[in-house]
Write a protein that binds this ligand. Structure first.
Ligand SMILES: [Zn+2]
Ligand SMILES: [Zn+2]
Length: 139
């Protein structure tokens, strides 16, 4: 079975995805930028496929029906979810390489910070994805 490992900087959170990962969607919305420090690069998996082997420092910041999973020790932003949805977004930068992934889209490009230019990677969508890739708006 396909298996992907990942974790935060300090090792307080380690996880295994036992199943397929979606290719990466970069979100430029202001909420992602504030919590990640920049645009957020998210893969995603079925919630049931995410196995939190080590989660002693994992906490969830819940706002507007969205949850952001982060490490209370090193501050890493690891996960993003909407309650009741069977998919969970996983920060691509927390996956152990090689990920085998590529960037397929950039969302909320209209909301990007004013201090950088968009890379040509993937489709550019001024607003969120609404279907297909399992990802929707994150605000
Ligand atoms: Zn950590
Ligand atoms: Zn976002």
């Amino acid at each position: 079975m396909e298996e992907h490992h990942g974790g935060c900087l300090c090792g307080g959170v380690r996880y295994v995805v036992r199943g397929p990962l979606r290719d990466v969607v970069i979100c430029h919305c202001s909420r992602c930028r504030r919590t990640h420090g920049h645009a957020a690069a998210y893969s995603a998996c079925a919630a049931a496929d995410l196995d939190l082997g080590e989660a002693r420092t994992l906490r969830w910041y819940e706002a507007d029906g969205r949850g952001r999973g982060f490490c209370t020790e090193c501050g890493a932003s690891l996960f993003w979810r909407i309650a009741g949805r069977d998919a969970i977004s996983v920060s691509a930068g927390t996956l152990d390489p090689p990920t085998g992934l590529r960037t397929i889209a950039q969302i909320f490009t209209a909301d990007r910070g004013d201090y950088y230019e968009l890379s040509p990677d993937g489709r550019h969508l001024p607003a969120g994805l609404s279907s297909g890739a399992g990802e929707t708006t994150c605000r």
